[in-house]
Design a protein. Structure first.
Length: 363
């Protein structure tokens, strides 16, 4: 029996106990839904515990996180946010830019980094679709996904105003539309427990901000399932594993808009991924040289070999590979002794050493 768990987590971006995010889980056994954990409020720590429990008892876990996970830029916005804005702004919505100057959200001590470290999840959308087992994480954005999931939003040309915290803009009709849209989506996927939960949510006459976070968590679950199950003609991953990315469903109306914007801003649209995503910690921005596909295999993260440069987030350092080569061990022998490494990883280690040597000059 194969057990898969799809998890949606709206983190609320900060770690405020009075305003936590929300998490929801949908479990499958041999491809059939077996258990639904309804959306509930959760802090980063509570979400980490729930995810780690799922990881320990499942073959496959995919987390759809409503929060930027790759934020190398000190200011401004990430390229992927310009692409998302091409659709969301057209619908009179908004995209909050992610950058390191927002210390509580993306600074070195922001809670999202320790949360991500605690999971040990791979950020590789392609692997999340193709691998039979493992734990994976994708960044998602409900406001970007909803126009593709609910046709009424794109046809009327106006984003859903379903956040009760924005009292001046909140629309009870939009709340019902989004909740019913989630229910309809769950019905099409034959997920009766999620459908029932969303139908009940649509009947709330005075929803609170916590209810919206829970609804977003349910949306994240559906995006995760879509990413695993649906055809790529109905999906998109924008950008790459260095400057930031988003995974989203698309529709006949939204796909051309996003594809055109991706081309305009030189952002990858379903581009091939080379290795897992890299979160840069020691430097706020990765060196320009590291934007090459080869060097994208070299990653640095808290909690992995003390932040030293590693091969694709694995616990094998670049220094270890280079030292073996210096000792006369051949690349073929290294690949034999470490079967999870690839030939391109050895080349990436060489390239990383060459890059550092180029910078090491007498002053």
């Amino acid at each position: 029996m194969t057990k898969e768990v799809f998890i949606g987590f709206d983190s609320a971006w900060t770690d405020n106990p009075k305003q936590p995010g929300a998490i929801a889980l949908m479990e499958f056994e041999d491809g059939k839904p077996s258990n639904f954990t309804p959306p509930t409020s959760a802090t980063f720590a509570q979400a980490s515990d729930a995810i780690c429990d799922a990881k320990a008892n499942s073959d496959y876990v995919l987390i759809a996180l409503d929060q930027p996970t790759l934020v190398p830029n000190r200011g401004g916005c990430r390229p992927v946010e310009r692409v998302a804005g091409s659709l969301v702004n057209r619908l009179k919505g908004g995209v909050q830019p992610a950058n390191r100057s927002k210390a509580s959200m993306f600074g070195d001590a922001a809670p999202v980094w320790s949360f991500l470290d605690s999971l040990g999840a791979r950020e590789n959308p392609e692997a999340a679709r193709s691998c039979a087992s493992g734990i994976f994480l994708i960044e998602v954005f409900p406001a970007l996904a909803l126009p593709s999931m609910i046709d009424e939003i794109s046809t009327r040309g106006r984003a859903a105003k379903y956040n009760p915290a924005s009292r001046a803009q909140f629309s009870p009709d939009d709340w019902r539309m989004v909740a019913e849209g989630v229910a309809d989506h769950a019905q099409r996927r034959r997920l009766p427990d999620l459908e029932l939960w969303a139908r009940e949510a649509s009947r709330k006459t005075s929803p609170k901000k916590a209810n919206q976070d829970q609804l977003d968590a349910a949306i994240c679950v559906l995006i995760a399932i879509s990413w695993r199950r649906d055809e790529m003609s109905e999906l998109a991953v924008l950008r790459d594993g260095i400057t930031g990315y988003m995974v989203t469903p698309t529709s006949a109306r939204t796909r051309p808009i996003l594809a055109s914007a991706a081309q305009k801003y030189d952002v990858g649209f379903n581009a091939v991924w080379n290795g897992d995503a890299a979160r840069w910690i020691d430097d706020l921005s990765p060196p320009a040289e590291m934007s090459t596909p080869l060097l994208a295999r070299i990653t640095k993260e808290r909690g992995v070999l003390g932040g030293k440069p590693c091969i694709r987030r694995m616990r094998i350092g670049v220094d270890q590979v280079l030292n073996m080569l210096a000792d006369g061990v051949t690349a073929e022998d290294i690949l034999t002794d470490f079967p999870y490494l690839e030939a391109e990883d050895i080349r990436a280690a060489y390239a990383y050493g060459a890059m550092l040597a180029e910078k090491d000059r007498l002053q």
